[in-house]
Design a protein around this ligand. Structure first.
Ligand code: NAD
Ligand code: GLY
Length: 364
């Protein structure tokens, strides 16, 4: 049994299927979308654990799967990684009318989606996300990109997938820390627009993280449904989609200040960033203190960082964090854009924030 969610974008509409063990149905589900050789792009960690099973079902469906295994890690989302992947995709003989499969976390999804978006002026692709973060966020919505020395995700295109197959079963091999980083994005959906979902997470989140099959499918499917609805209303982030950046202005500054190293995973930066966004909202008199405390308490209870001192190693200075924020993609006319909250489930976008208030929240 799987849940089906549609991202409604006219002729670019597609389905997200969520279920435990869905990889076993990949052949049947992908066959109608494919013609000719089908490159399956993955990274070495995912390949070791899950590639054989996927290739077997694709073979059974008589699909001509051609595995391409890349190095794991953010470094692969680069011009060099893109060039290597494009070369491999061309060697595999992929053509318009064919289908490229991204089988991995956000790194593989973002890079493969970008390569598919530009190769031969656009080839269809499918997402089979294997991290919780990719399942609830990066595989849905068509944002693709690589990083440059100037910053993260600065070169990319919008290219929607043809289908997203979310097999929650593959999460059983994901390291706990990566699972928690993805959970920050799950909690984000509650915080930005659904207080009832947040209350459900308080009751069931730990169960989902412990591997309860029904709870994790429900959490992932609800998150995907929320993202699908937002993307359908605002595909190109002219307005509402920016709410998905809750926690990201602080989070990106913290990631940059810690050198995008494994001291702070993206999802951990988002968790900490959301805690800071709640505190800033309270400081500005926009949000009741008890909502901020309740939100932060839940993140902390599952094991996510909520204080800057939770980051291992030397503490980033307030000056460095403010400096990184000043260079954020979201700075317009010199003003910082923040997603703030009026309470749990009530986020809004603003660029009218006094720098002094941001400094005081960081100093605390
Ligand atoms: P990732 O792809 O690097 O995966 C994290 C680690 O988990 C890697 O070492 C990977 O090999 C391993 N892994 C993946 N699946 C596994 C499994 N089932 N079992 C064991 N190990 C597994 O990182 P991520 O957190 O999935 O994604 C982060 C990337 O996503 C960043 O580049 C970020 O910019 C991007 N992102 C994009 C969007 C978007 O809308 N496109 C949204 C959020 C994040
Ligand atoms: N991850 C933010 C977005 O897809 O818009």
């Amino acid at each position: 049994m799987s849940e089906r969610i549609t991202v409604s974008l006219g002729e670019r509409s597609y389905d997200i299927l969520v279920g435990a063990g869905l990889v076993t149905e990949a052949g049947k589900l992908l066959a109608p979308l494919a013609r000719g050789p089908m490159p399956v792009v993955t990274d070495a960690n995912v390949a070791k654990l899950h590639l054989t099973a996927l290739l077997e079902v694709l073979k059974q469906a008589r699909l001509d799967a051609r595995p391409i295994v890349l190095e794991p890690g953010e470094g692969t989302k680069s011009f060099r990684g893109l060039e290597m992947l494009c070369t491999e995709l061309l060697a595999a003989g992929v053509d318009r009318g064919g289908l490229v499969v991204a089988f991995g976390g956000g790194v593989i999804g973002d890079l493969t989606g970008f390569a598919a978006g530009i190769l031969k002026r656009g080839i269809d692709f499918a997402q089979i996300p294997t991290t919780l973060l990719a399942q609830v966020d990066s595989s849905v919505g068509g944002k693709t990109a690589i990083n440059t020395v100037e910053g993260k995700n600065l070169v990319g295109v919008f290219h929607q997938p043809k289908i997203v197959l979310v097999d929650t079963g593959v999460l059983s091999t994901l390291p706990r820390r990566e699972l928690l980083a993805g959970y920050a994005e799950v909690a984000k959906y509650g915080a930005l627009g659904d207080a009832a979902f947040f209350a459900w997470l308080e009751a069931n989140g730990a169960k989902a993280l412990a591997g309860d099959a029904d709870a994790i499918v429900d959490a992932v499917a609800h998150s995907c449904r929320m993202k699908a609805d937002i993307v359908a209303r605002d595909e190109r982030e002219a307005g509402e989609r920016a709410l998905l950046n809750l926690g990201h202005t602080f989070g990106h500054a913290l990631e940059a200040a810690t050198g995008y190293s494994d001291r702070l995973l993206h999802g951990e930066g988002v968790a900490l960033g959301m805690a800071l966004a709640f505190r800033l909202s309270v400081k500005l008199g926009l949000c009741p203190g008890q909502d901020a405390e309740r939100f932060t308490r839940h993140l902390k209870a599952v094991g996510l960082p909520v204080e800057i001192v939770d980051i291992p190693g030397p503490r980033p200075t307030v000056g460095a964090l403010l400096e990184h924020m000043a260079h954020d993609k979201k700075v317009k006319d010199g003003k910082l854009t923040f997603v703030l909250v009026r309470g749990i489930g009530q986020a809004f976008v603003t660029s009218d924030i006094p720098r002094e208030a941001v400094r005081e929240v960081l100093e605390k």
